[in-house]
Design a protein around this ligand. Structure first.
Ligand code: MG
Ligand code: MG
Length: 264
């Protein structure tokens, strides 16, 4: 069942999602060769809890194994999503996708960003640029009267035009009091098909895009998803409210990109 949100609920969702953006910005300050994803995880958990929220990913149940041990998902290079924070230091030239979720005042935040560690090869930078562009092309279609397939179509077209792979097995989702609500939001689709979008629908749009083949495998930890061909993958995610004529982006990359600009 899809729950339409009132304006008051959308503001609560925005507060939770802005905290996600601010948490990712704290991590952006620290991402450099030598830091471990466990260190990033600790900073994220403290920052989220210090702001009166709970990291929703921590303890998240898994149909295939144990609950998620971290507060953020840290997916490095060929890892697509759901990477578990660990003690391996990041290296110059790596990319790291960080997915972060918060629960605050009864509502969920969910957003992800792929960061560069030091100097990254141009081919991989281009993947990041295109994936982020595809996210915004999807968001352009998150308007009242369009259909879910319009969002997926826009993302798929943009990424496949660059010969990238669009992961099929993992998709975006409705979001509200629960992190994962109806409807599923695929990153592929046909124009004019699927669920009719209505003002007040809140969804997380999250293209997971690969440099090579779109096939993925699950690691033995029963969480980490990586590309089968070991080529890099990117993941950008915003939570948005479907609006009249325009989507309202509830999460934000502004805090992150302010940090990245100053780091340069
Ligand atoms: Mg997420
Ligand atoms: Mg999500």
């Amino acid at each position: 069942m899809i729950f339409l949100k009132t304006d008051d609920e959308i503001e609560l969702l925005r507060q939770s999602n802005l905290l996600v953006g601010r948490t990712l910005a704290e991590l952006a300050k620290l991402i450099k060769p030598g830091i471990t994803t466990r260190q990033l995880d600790k900073v994220a958990e403290e920052f989220i809890r210090d702001h009166g929220a709970v990291p929703t990913f921590k303890g998240f149940p898994n149909p295939y194994g144990g609950p998620f041990p971290g507060s953020i998902c840290t997916s490095v290079n060929d890892q697509v999503v759901h990477g578990i924070p660990n003690d391996n230091p990041l290296k110059d030239g790596d990319i790291i996708s960080i997915d972060c979720g918060t629960y605050m005042n009864g509502y969920c935040g969910d957003s992800a960003y792929t960061f560069c560690v030091g100097e990254v090869e141009p081919e991989i930078l281009a993947l990041l640029t295109t994936t982020k562009e595809a996210l915004y092309k999807g968001i352009e279609n998150a308007v009242h009267g369009k259909r879910l397939g319009d969002i997926g179509y826009a993302i798929q077209q943009h990424c496949e035009a660059h010969s990238y792979g669009v992961v099929r097995e993992f998709v975006g989702h409705g979001i509200g009091k629960e992190m994962h609500e109806d409807p599923p939001v695929p990153n592929y689709g046909k124009r004019g098909t699927g669920t009719l979008l209505k003002k007040g629908m809140c969804i997380a749009i999250e293209p997971m895009i690969t440099l090579g083949d779109k096939q993925i495998v699950m690691e033995n930890d029963r969480w980490t998803i990586r590309t089968r061909d070991h080529k890099c993958a990117a993941h950008f995610e915003h939570t948005v409210a479907v609006g009249l004529g325009k989507a309202d982006i509830l999460s934000s990359f502004e805090y992150i990109e302010e940090v990245l600009k100053n780091n340069r």
